[in-house]
Design a protein around this ligand. Structure first.
Ligand SMILES: Cc1cc2nc3c(=O)[nH]c(=O)nc-3n(C[C@H](O)[C@H](O)[C@H](O)COP(=O)(O)OP(=O)(O)OC[C@H]3O[C@@H](n4cnc5c(N)ncnc54)[C@H](O)[C@@H]3O)c2cc1C
Length: 385
């Protein structure tokens, strides 16, 4: 048996002994607790952050193994873990820009769900143009004092820490006067207000910061150099984390969609076959593109702006796929996902509604096209006001 086959067999038998819970999203405190426990179970089996170095609690797994990992979790119907921002965004950012002391303090706690992190970047008037953010931090002795408002902060309700971008040098040009601060979400002056979204969940939140004190030891990366640090976070959000997770999830979803259509005797209809073929082609293009990207990451290449291609294609694919699934499976998709008879069919509509956000989160599709045009194709930059 090859190393990768042995790895798959080990994970598969571990999953058989530790069946995942059925929660899909942390809508309530009870569901969040279930997801936290699931992450702890994974961590106890050394199945969290497997690509992280062993010293930080990972297995130093290869990219191929990471792909196998997400494939097996998707096949077992495992939900996303509660601490996903910590594992896929904060950990990699700390590995590149954090101090040894910060890594020792936070990395293990991220994997074990002892700390849940959220991302405090977007503001009411700074999303696509993130460098125009106005949350400010003033240095007073050994602390930075942060005041401002963030919005769309996913999972802030459950978070114990947030990576927050704040303007620390108001005299510097926009990209040069920003720092990344680790903010304790229970610090005096932090207020989290949940926002309810189309799916009925409240993944999003507004976060108000009023004179919040952050010790200077909790600045991640250089003071005033937070823009480069944030770019590492965003490249992970747009690139690697999509590559690993989503390709497996859609591969498994495609198999389920084919089975659902076959069960209903739909696959002899030429129009159904066209939709299925188009969905399958999208999923395969994504898989092959990701295989190439994973090989490059494995070689140590920085995928840089090409992470935008992954994000752009994924956003469109996820929307086309969930539209096709709800059209084809039809009325059964309206089953309440918690109904015992609903099975996978009851989750297609939730997927359809959630996918609307995919062309906005992590940078909109228009912004990804700008990046591809300017930084990959070398087209002239769009005029800035
Ligand atoms: C599911 C989800 C989760 C999120 N989670 C987080 C989170 O955890 N933390 C966080 O900080 N943020 C989060 N966000 C916010 C997200 O990063 C922003 O919504 C996104 O960057 C867009 O910013 P905006 O909403 O301010 O839209 P705007 O920037 O105001 O854009 C409005 C419209 O104008 C277009 N536009 C803007 N500028 C240009 C341009 N230069 N060229 C062409 N078109 C342009 C955009 O494409 C868009 O269609 C999340 C968003 C979603 C949907």
């Amino acid at each position: 048996m090859t190393t990768d086959a042995a790895f798959r067999a080990e994970l598969r038998s571990w999953l058989a002994e530790h069946p995942p819970p059925t929660v899909t999203v942390a809508g309530t405190a009870e569901e969040a607790a279930v997801l936290r426990d699931w992450q702890r179970t994974l961590h106890a089996g050394r199945w969290m952050g497997i690509h992280w170095p062993v010293e930080y609690g990972g297995r130093g797994a290869s990219m191929t193994q990471v792909a196998i990992y997400h494939q097996e979790l998707a096949r077992a119907g495992a939900p996303a873990v509660l601490g996903r921002a910590g594992v896929s965004l904060v950990g990699p950012t700390l590995m590149t820009h954090g101090t040894e002391e910060q890594r020792a303090r936070w990395m293990h706690r991220i994997l074990g769900a002892d700390d849940i992190w959220c991302q405090l970047f977007s503001e009411p008037d700074a999303g696509s143009d993130l460098a125009s953010l106005t949350t400010r931090a003033e240095r007073r002795g050994d602390v930075w004092v942060v005041t401002g408002q963030k919005v769309w902060s996913s999972y802030a309700t459950w978070a114990t820490w947030g990576i927050c971008l704040a303007r620390t040098d108001p005299a510097a040009p926009p990209h040069r006067g920003i720092s990344m601060l680790a903010v304790r979400m229970d610090a005096p002056g932090v207020e989290v207000r949940p926002l309810r979204q189309i799916t009925g969940e409240h993944e999003f939140n507004e976060v108000f910061l009023d004179g919040v004190e952050v010790p200077v030891a909790d600045v991640i990366g250089p003071e005033h150099g937070g823009w480069q640090v944030a770019n590492t976070t965003l490249a992970n959000e747009r690139g690697a984390s999509f590559v690993w997770k989503e390709q497996q999830a859609y591969g498994v979803a495609m198999e389920r969609l084919l089975a659902a259509c076959a069960e209903r005797g739909l696959t002899t209809d030429a129009r159904v076959r066209q939709r299925l073929a188009a969905a399958w082609t999208d999923v395969e293009i994504f898989r092959w593109h990701n295989a190439r990207t994973l090989a490059r990451i494995e070689r140590g290449d920085d995928i840089g702006p090409e992470s935008s291609l992954v994000k752009l294609f994924w956003a469109g694919m996820s929307q086309r796929f969930t539209e096709a699934a709800t059209d084809l499976v039809g009325a059964d998709t309206l089953l309440d996902p918690t109904d015992a008879h609903a099975g996978a069919d009851g989750r297609w509509v939730a997927g359809l509604l959630a996918a609307r956000a995919n062309s906005i989160m992590g940078g909109t599709s228009e912004i990804q096209k700008n990046i591809v045009g300017e930084r990959i194709l070398g087209l002239p930059r769009e005029p800035r006001p």
